[in-house]
Design a protein around this ligand. Structure first.
Ligand SMILES: [Zn+2]
Length: 298
């Protein structure tokens, strides 16, 4: 029964993430779905979560700054802390069994309060008893199936593929966390035009993450709609360190349709919308650095 529920769970997650993206609300994950009269939820009071109808867990959850300091290793894998400190606690024993049998799980990472990045399938690939943790990797179902059918084990190849896939999970964790924090700080609207459709909003960096000072923190970000994000990146508009919007001179002079007029020209000298908390306001030094680039490009 566990295998069938697990397969149904992956299918359900695929459908949900196709609609909502890979960051899902707590409510949706908690509610889960009904399988033959049993509620299969993805989240519970424990980080290692097993719905009642199942014998083995369905998901493991990480909470940043939570009591369990889960972290990515330098080989690109995830260290997931035991439940408690006893390696033979029944919950840890179940995860160990999943490692031996290579049974897939869902990994949930809380990007902000009430929102979780969902990643699957993930596998337990080792454990570190001294460190009281399991080693977790992202993989793809096809490879696992192939492996089972052919009984061919190429450990080096497995490891490098899993490491690569898990590193990309880490990147997603950072990107999605940044996005959700920015959207929350700006109350899900464009800081320039107030557009409130999250599907059309981006978390823009003030200093790009490829440059020094480009940290993924709220004060280095702006919530911008797609058009204003692109205009900001291409120096069609700039934002002064005192939060005033400036439109490039030649764009101000141009004559064209309503998008140019209302979408860009009318923003000239407006103030941007700021987050409620002062600590989340855009960093003035970073804006200054960026604004100089805008002036140079003008
Ligand atoms: Zn906008």
């Amino acid at each position: 029964m566990d295998d069938a529920i697990r397969a149904a769970a992956f299918k359900w997650l695929k459908e949900k993430t196709e609609i909502f993206g890979d960051v899902l609300d707590y409510r949706i994950l908690r509610e889960g779905f009904i399988y033959q009269g049993n509620r299969i939820s993805f989240l519970g009071p424990q980080g290692i979560w097993k719905p009642q109808a199942m014998e083995l867990p369905i998901s493991i959850t990480s909470i940043p700054d939570g009591p369990y300091a889960d972290s990515f290793t330098k080989d690109g894998f995830l260290n997931y802390k035991y439940m408690g400190t006893n390696p033979n606690h029944p919950v840890n024993t179940r995860l160990r069994e999943m490692w031996k049998r290579q049974i897939p799980l869902v990994y949930l990472y809380r990007v902000v309060e009430g929102k979780y990045l969902a990643v699957w399938p993930i596998f337990i690939i080792n454990e570190n008893q001294e460190n009281l943790s399991f080693l977790v990797a992202k993989d793809e179902m096809e490879y696992i199936q192939e492996r089972k059918e052919n009984f061919v084990a190429d450990e080096t190849e497995d490891n490098s593929r899993r490491s690569y896939l898990t590193v990309s999970v880490k990147q997603r964790v950072h990107q999605r966390s940044f996005r959700e924090k920015i959207l929350r700080a700006y109350r899900s609207q464009c800081a320039l035009c107030r557009l409130k459709h999250v599907e059309l909003l981006d978390a823009a960096h003030i200093i790009p993450d490829s440059k020094e000072g480009g940290e993924p923190i709220v004060s280095n970000g702006l919530s911008l709609c797609k058009i204003h994000h692109a205009a900001f990146d291409k120096h069609i508009l700039g934002i002064t360190p005192d939060y005033t919007i400036k439109i490039r001179e030649d764009i101000l002079q141009e004559i064209d349709g309503p998008m140019l007029k209302y979408g860009l020209q009318s923003l000239e000298n407006n103030k941007i919308i700021l987050p409620n908390r002062t600590i989340d306001h855009p960093d003035r030094d970073k804006l200054d650095q960026r604004y100089r680039e805008f002036l140079d490009a003008s």
